[in-house]
Ligand binder design. Sequence first.
Ligand SMILES: Nc1ncnc2c1ncn2[C@@H]1O[C@H](COP(=O)(O)OP(=O)(O)O)[C@@H](O)[C@H]1O
Ligand SMILES: [Mg+2]
Length: 283
Amino acid sequence: MSLSVGNLRPKTPNGIGPANHHFIYPQILQMSDTVFVAFASQKGGSGKSTLTALAASYLYYLDGVDVLVMDCDPRQHTQKDYRDNDKRVTKENPAINKTFTKFYTKFNKRPYKIIYSTPGAAVDDAEEYVRQNPEIKVVLFDITGTINDLEIVNLISSMHYLLVPISPDTGDLKSSLRFAVNVKERMIDSGDTSIKDMKLVWNRVPGRQKTKICELIDNYLSEFQLSSLKTVMTYATKYFKDGVIAGASPTIFRSTLLPPDRRLLKDSNLPELIKEIREVIKV
Ligand SMILES: Nc1ncnc2c1ncn2[C@@H]1O[C@H](COP(=O)(O)OP(=O)(O)O)[C@@H](O)[C@H]1O
Ligand SMILES: [Mg+2]
């Protein structure tokens, strides 16, 4: 694929368009095939930050894909909180410390980089980092906020791929659908953005398969030429246990420093999800 970092920025009303970037970083135009990906939706609590961290860790620690994570919410740096927490847990819990040492003895790389940024600066910050570190294949942006905020609109339209978490819970459902339809009609169909594809991702599903509601909504989505991934993420307690892990043989599911524990991966659908995402983003 010949996507260029220099082409990421949409033609925004403020006039800063791809042309400026051609001028600034011409050498990257032919070289970089880094993809910008975001789990995005208007709805807080739909799983954007969780799925961002899970995907980043799986890709980096298990699949060996170089990733960068952009933490784009200046008010609530979730990825930074995750990392701080993961460091603390690793330090305090001898069993996790042992897992950590064992893993990094073989892994030979540092933990992936998390950059703390803002919606307005995130694309530039990411481009700058990728320019210095061209091995980065995937940049995952953790975005919050609403579609009415121009900086967030610009940021979302600068992504190559959008993954919209959606859950069968009614409040989440309506708002995620509205978000996806808005992005499709106002951004993707206008053809004036970097977005190549958008998929909805069922999260917090009671079970490992799509429920009747998921199927009904999938049918509804097809009327808007939208679709969801086949894999669903089950509602499970392992999502909120990290950080309060205690005991002699704790297991970690979502960590920014370590891959998910093999025992917890079983039945999680995460390997299937990452495989499907890699097909979508072509990495
Ligand atoms: N599949 C899931 N099962 C159970 N809890 C989940 C699941 N996905 C996310 N959560 C929990 O839901 C809460 C909100 O998730 P978060 O990723 O912070 O959402 P967002 O970033 O969209 O606001 C967190 O406490 C997270 O642990
Ligand atoms: Mg979040």
